[in-house]
Design a protein around this ligand. Structure first.
Ligand SMILES: NC(=O)c1ccc[n+]([C@@H]2O[C@H](COP(=O)([O-])OP(=O)(O)OC[C@H]3O[C@@H](n4cnc5c(N)ncnc54)[C@H](O)[C@@H]3O)[C@@H](O)[C@H]2O)c1
Ligand SMILES: [Zn+2]
Length: 368
């Protein structure tokens, strides 16, 4: 079982391979993309322990030499210090312009390695092997790389595309349920913003995904990447339409920031709450969206996704503080918060005009 998706941006072209157990043949897939048969695997201890040998054996079988660089696990380490650490190791190993980096992990590793690849020797090749649902459906596609600073999330980074993405859904088996639901929030986002058919398919088949049916997982990853690729192709550098991928994210990022990016709330969990806030903000009395919103809320509740801001985070904020935090998101232009809202299911738009009173009432509903 394997599906292939071609991604084209203004400047690049690459393939996303999605399949079951394709890590075992990753060496031969990677080899075709190398100019020099040497790679650097960048991963963390947990992922290396789970799947490192499988990747290494496949590289060995294909006579690809490799070094590995193990970094600390967690969003907390997605910073410039880790970039320094990796680049100094690469330079010690005498990295060559024709060598390739392999990002072997979730979105944190993917963003770090993409950024490292884009600045090392002014840019060397990299390949993504995403190992979380969120990274397979979102962060490994589209070429955004970056690290966090104390001022905010992903504020330093580049647009830099990988040469290949290998998404093996069998790796998802070891993911905790929380991480699966976090990825699912991004999956459902694609349905909500541009693909009603996919949304209905998800509403009908969610149990297959939650019980780890690989055929359905491959379908879900494929359609997510396809939707993201369509948007990225139109607008690689987020000048306009790409912004709709941020449905729920302006709210979600504020919740994450108020929680200091602690593990008690994942990015996907913050996004699932943020999506519901955006849906509430989108609703108008009498609008046909109204009854559909309840359908989505019920779906989130049934899956036990996060639908409310946890009390300990609520206690740390107020309407004023929440709006200030939203204001520091990098999507904000000229001090005005642009919101991604829905006209209907499957139809998102960028709203720069909306009722401020309504925004206050939605925020108040969630933080009180
Ligand atoms: N570049 C983009 O376009 C983009 C898009 C969305 C999100 N992101 C970024 O992605 C990051 C979140 O990514 P994430 O949700 O993958 O988090 P993550 O990378 O922190 O992974 C979550 C946890 O799962 C572990 N893990 C990874 N693979 C596993 C596996 N197969 N089995 C068991 N455990 C495994 C990780 O070690 C980690 O502890 C954020 O930093 C976010 O900003 C980037
Ligand atoms: Zn996201």
């Amino acid at each position: 079982m394997k599906k292939t998706l071609e991604v084209k941006t203004g400047t690049d072209e690459y393939k996303i391979l999605i399949g079951d157990n394709i890590l075992l043949s990753s060496g031969s897939l990677i080899k075709k993309k190398l100019t020099n048969p040497r790679v650097f695997i960048i991963t963390n201890k947990l992922i290396y322990k789970l799947y490192g040998k499988k990747l290494e054996n496949s590289l060995k079988k294909n006579k690809i030499s490799f070094n590995k660089i193990i970094i600390n696990d967690g969003e907390k380490y997605k910073n410039i210090k880790t970039i320094n650490l990796i680049t100094s190791k690469l330079l010690k190993y005498k990295v060559d312009r024709n060598d390739t980096l392999i990002a072997f992990g979730g979105g944190v590793i993917g963003d770090i390695v993409g950024f490292t690849a884009s600045i090392t020797l002014r840019g060397i090749n990299f390949i993504q092997i995403p190992t979380t649902l969120l990274s397979q459906v979102d962060s490994a596609v589209g070429g955004k790389t970056g690290v966090n600073t104390k001022e905010g999330k992903n504020l330093i980074g580049t647009f830099y595309q990988p040469k290949l993405v290998i998404s093996d859904v069998s790796l998802l088996k070891s993911l905790p349920k929380r991480e699966i639901l976090s990825g699912y929030a991004e999956i459902i986002k694609y349905g909500l913003i541009i693909d009603k058919r996919f949304l209905n398919w998800l509403l009908d088949n969610e149990s297959k995904l939650m019980t780890f049916n690989k055929k359905y997982l491959i379908e879900a990853v494929f359609h997510s990447c396809k939707n993201k690729a369509i948007i990225v192709r139109k607008d690689e550098k987020e000048k306009n339409i790409r912004a709709i991928l941020n449905l729920g994210h302006t709210f979600g990022h504020a919740i994450e920031a108020i929680n200091n990016y602690q593990k008690s709330l994942t990015h996907g969990e913050a996004v699932s709450i943020g999506i519901l806030m955006a849906l509430d903000m989108s609703s108008l009395k009498g609008n046909s969206l109204n009854k559909n919103i309840n359908k989505i809320k019920d779906h989130f509740q049934k899956l036990k996704m996060k639908t409310k801001i946890p009390n300990n985070i609520k206690r740390k904020t107020s309407l004023k503080k929440f709006k200030e935090t939203m204001n520091s998101d990098k999507k904000v232009k000229n001090n005005h918060i642009n919101l991604i809202l829905l006209r209907n299911l499957g139809k998102a738009y960028l709203a720069n005009r909306y009722s401020n009173r309504k925004l206050d009432s939605v925020i108040n509903k969630y933080i009180n």
